[in-house]
Design a protein around this ligand. Sequence first.
Ligand code: 6R9
Length: 676
Amino acid sequence: MAEREVVETSEAQIAVHWQEEGYFHSSPKFIAQANMTDASIYERFSLKNFPNCYKEYADLLTWYKYWDNILDTSDAPCYKWFKGGLINASYNCIDRHLPLYKNKTAIHFVPELETDKTEHITYQELYVRVNEFAALLKDCGLKAGDRVTLHLPMVGELPVTMLACARLGIIHSQVFGGFSGKAAADRIVDSQSDILITMDGYFRGGQLLDHKEKADIAVAEAAKEGRKVKKVLVWQRYPGKYSAKTPMVEGRDFFVNDLLKKFYGARVEPVQMPAEAPLFLMYTSGTTGKPKGCQHSTGGYLAYVTGTSKYVQDIHPTDVYWCMADIGWITGHSYIVYGPLALAASSVIFEGIPTYPDAGRAWRIAQDLDVNIFHTAPTTIRGLRKVGPDEPKKYNYHFKHMTTVGEPIEPEVWKWYYHEVGKGEAAIVDTWWQTENGGFLCSTLPAIKPMKPGSAGPGMPGIHPIIYDNDGNVIPQGAGKAGNICIQNPWPGMFQTIWGDRDRFVKTYFERYCKNPKSKDWRDWPYLAGDAAVQAEDGYYRILGRIDDVINVSGHRLGTKELESAALTVVEVAEAAVVPVKDDIKGVVPDLYVALKPGFKASVELEKKIVNALVKEIGPIAKPRKVWIVPDMPKTRSGKIMRRVLGAISNKKDVGDVMTLANPEIVEEITKMVQK
Ligand code: 6R9
C-alpha cells in the first residue's frame, strides 16, 4: 500500500512531499533466467569486504596480467584501481568473443530512414573494421596516451572508432554529435587533440544534415585558441559518396574510406595497457562555463560497466539490447558500447528520433529486431507517452527488462512505462548515476529487490551512499529529511580526475565533506554528487534533483521535480517544468510550464485544474505564480528540458545562446507568450 509521507518543513530542511509508492515485483519468469539472484552479493560487497570485493567484477574481464594492488590511495582522492594490472578494452569487447560468437551480431545499426537497410555487424566484422581503422590511426602517428577528438553521430562507425582508439591506448574524447562546432573546438583545445574524427552527414528528423561544416568551424575556433588541428578524418555516411556540401580542405581533410583501402586486411595487436591508463575523456558541464573533462580509466571503468551491465541490466550474450541514449553521453559509452560488448551482447544503435516519422517507430524497431532489453530516459518516456500513449500495444515485442536513467521519473510516468511499454512483463531499474561515476550508483538488482516507482533504490553492491545536511551531520535512514547525497567509498568506475585540473576535481567533488585534506585514507574523502536525496525507511534513495534545482518558496524548499510530478497527475499534461522566479515578497516563486498531450487545448479551466492538482498533492505553498501552457518545451538535442531557458524567460533575463537546442524556434514563441 502506498503511504503518504508528510514532513514538516523548516528553513533548514528540504521539504519532501512526493508520496512513497508501493512495491512492484519482478516476475518469476524473469528471476528464473536472471544473472544475479544471490542476495548475499550485498554482504560480499559490504564495506567490511571493501575494496577486495571488486575482484568479482574484474574477473568478468580477461587480463594480460593481474594487478598487484587492488586500490592505490596514495594520491587520494585520485585513486588507481587494479594498479599493476595490464588489460586492453578493445580485446575484451571483441577478440575474446570470437571463438564462440564471431558470427553473432555485435551491433545492429538502424538508420533513421526506414527505406535504408539495417546493418548487422557481427563480432567478426567488428574485429576486421576495428583492426583496419586502428592500423590507419597508427599510420597517422597516434599512439598510447595521445588524445583524439571524435565528433560523430549515432552510427556504427562511432563504436568502431572508439574501439580502434582503445586498441592502441589512444584516449578518445567523443563530443555529442548534436553539439556545435564551437563546443567541439573547446574540447579539442582542452584535451590537446591534433586529430578530429567526424562524419560528412547524418539523418535527423528526415533531414540529411551537413555535419562536416561543424568540423570546419571546430578547426577554425580551435586555431583561435592556439590549437592547430592537423588532420580531419571524415567518415562517409554512405561509403564512397560525399553527403555534405562543405568542401574538403586539401591536405587537412581525408575520407576514411579512401585511406582504409591501404589497410585492407591489416591486424593490429591490442596494446597491453596499465589498468589505470585513461581510456577516454567525457566532458560534462559544471557550475562555471568551462566544461569538465572527466577522465575514465581502462581497467576500473571496464570492470565496473561490465559488472553492472551483467547484474543490473541482466545482459546475456543471447539478448538484444537497445539503449536509446546517444553515445555522445556517458550512458552511451558505458551502456551501449563498453558494458554490453564486453558481455558479447547485440547492441542496437539507432540514428534517429524515436518518434520520427511517427509515434510507432521505436516499437517497430523493438519488434523487428526482437529487442528484449530496453533502456531510455524519463524525457523520452514522457515524449513517447505524449505522442502515442496507446502505440506500444500495437506492436508485437516483449521486453524482459527496462532501464530508466538521467532524471527522477515521476510515479505517473513510471507506471505508464511499466504497464504500456513493458506490458506488465518487464522488470524496471531506475538507475541513478552521473558522467563522473562511469556506471550505476543506486539501483535495485532486478531479481533481488522489488521496484518502487519514483525511487532509484538502494546503493549498488559496493556503493555506500550517505546523506549529509549542510552542516555535515548525517541524516539517518527513514528520517524523512533530504540532504546532500555522497558516496563514502571509491569504486572502480569513478573518474580519476578532471583532465588537466586536479584542483577543480578536488574542490568540486571532495572539499565540502573532506575530513582531512592531507589524508591518504579513502574514508576521509566522501564524494559529493551534487544531488539532493532522501532515504526512506526501506533504504531506498529518492533523488530530488540537483542541489541547485531546489526552490526556496517563503523559506520552504520544494524540489522542482515534486511540483512537476504533481502537474503530471493531470491527465491532459504530457510534460511539466518548474523554474524559480524572483519575487519581492516570497523570495522565489515557481513558474510552471506544461505541454499537453495531443488532442487537448489550453484553457483557463485547465490552468485552474493544474493549480488545484499542485495544491492537492503538495499544499498551497506549491501554488505556482503562473501556469504557462506551451506548445512544446525547449529541449537539448539529448532531450532534456532546458529549464535554464524557461527560467531566463520567466525572469525576463537574456536566454543566452539557444542554437544548440533541438527546437530553438520555440524560445521566441514562449518569450512572446510570457513577456507580453
Ligand atoms: C547518467 C547521467 C547526472 C545527473 C545527476 C542527477 C540526474 C541521473 C537519475 C538522476 C534521478 C535518476 N540523474 N540519473 N536523477 N534519478 N535515475 O544522466 O549522467 O548526464 O552526468 O547527469 O542526472 O541529477 O546528478 P549526467
